[in-house]
Design a protein around this ligand. Structure first.
Ligand SMILES: Cc1ncc(C[n+]2csc(CCOP(=O)(O)OP(=O)(O)O)c2C)c(N)n1
Ligand code: SF4
Length: 277
């Protein structure tokens, strides 16, 4: 888009008039602020951006922006977004999800979206719990999460989204913290600008069902190392960190999937006629 077409550049210009219904203190309020800050910094007009989501508290985010939005069905945001990006490659496509939506029911789409490497940005607001449905453990919940819904803890190893993204072919991998909304906005700007499938995990506390996550603000820290273009090195770093290093971890150079790769070279009407009895 040319500079002449840039019409808005204040974060408030990207907000809709719908008031968020998130609990007071929910990290997702800050993620919304980071979205609008990032859009303003990019100078992209709202009608050139599409925010696509599934279902969950985090997935309410499209309604709170004035960009194009689609609040889809649980776990299917990436499939929806892929269809949109293939059809409208000119749009900036941002996909918003939660750890339940994106890693459980949507887990298979996650793998293949990384592999497919369409030029879009996937933001997962990870609160390590199913917030909207009142606190069930999610794929990223710690094994000792001991509640009435998971007595004695789950005893299950948490899913490692960043390592899985790297192994599956994501072209940009980063971790952010919602409380650092300026830092999150900068990471989002880089993720959106980076060609191919960019994955940003945002640690976003659920203060209602995980009040312990209020402590995250004392646990997060800038990653002690620069981003690498070596997925193996990035994966080794991730396997040895405690999940609280914030920053861009990996910038890859894989060529994004271009929609024209899949375009049929045959005339479909002709093909249909061939099969007519
Ligand atoms: C097919 C289907 N299964 C289950 C649900 C119920 N459901 C709605 S939101 C949700 C969990 C959302 O958790 P997460 O993605 O972590 O988002 P959060 O609410 O924590 O932001 C579930 C299981 C649904 N809406 N549709
Ligand atoms: S239930 Fe948790 S995730 Fe949902 S709005 Fe409240 S604090 Fe946020």
């Amino acid at each position: 888009m040319s500079i002449a077409e840039v019409r808005t550049c204040r974060p408030a210009d990207y907000r809709s008039d719908v008031k968020p219904v998130w609990c007071p203190g929910c990290g997702d309020h800050h993620v919304l602020l980071s979205f609008t800050r990032a859009f303003a910094e990019l100078g992209e007009a709202p009608e050139n951006i599409a925010v696509i989501s599934g279902i969950g508290c985090s997935s309410r985010i499209p309604a709170y922006t004035n960009c194009y939005g689609f609040h889809g069905v649980h776990g299917r945001s990436l499939a929806l977004a892929a269809g949109l990006k293939v059809t409208r490659p000119d749009l900036t496509v941002i996909v918003a999800s939660g750890d339940g939506d994106g890693y459980s029911i949507g887990g298979n789409h996650f793998l293949h979206a990384c592999r497919r490497n369409l030029d879009m940005t996937y933001v997962v607001m990870d609160n390590r719990v199913y917030g909207m449905t009142k606190g069930q453990p999610s794929p990223t919940t710690e094994p000792d999460f001991d509640t009435a819904l998971s007595p004695g803890g789950t005893g299950l190893s948490p899913f490692h989204p960043l390592v899985i993204a790297l192994a599956s072919g994501a072209n940009f991998v980063a971790r952010a913290f919602s409380g650092d909304h300026k830092g999150t906005a900068s990471i989002l700007v880089e993720a959106i600008r980076h060609p191919g499938f960019s994955f940003v995990e945002v640690l976003s506390p659920c203060v209602t069902f995980r009040p312990d996550e209020r402590e995250w603000k004392t646990q997060v820290r800038p990653a002690p190392v620069e981003a690498t273009d070596d997925p193996g090195r990035a994966a080794r770093r991730l396997m040895s960190d405690d999940g609280f290093n914030i920053g861009i971890l990996y910038r890859g150079a894989r060529r994004p999937y271009r929609p024209e790769f899949g375009r049929s070279r045959v005339d479909l009407n002709e093909l249909e006629r061939e099969f007519e009895l």
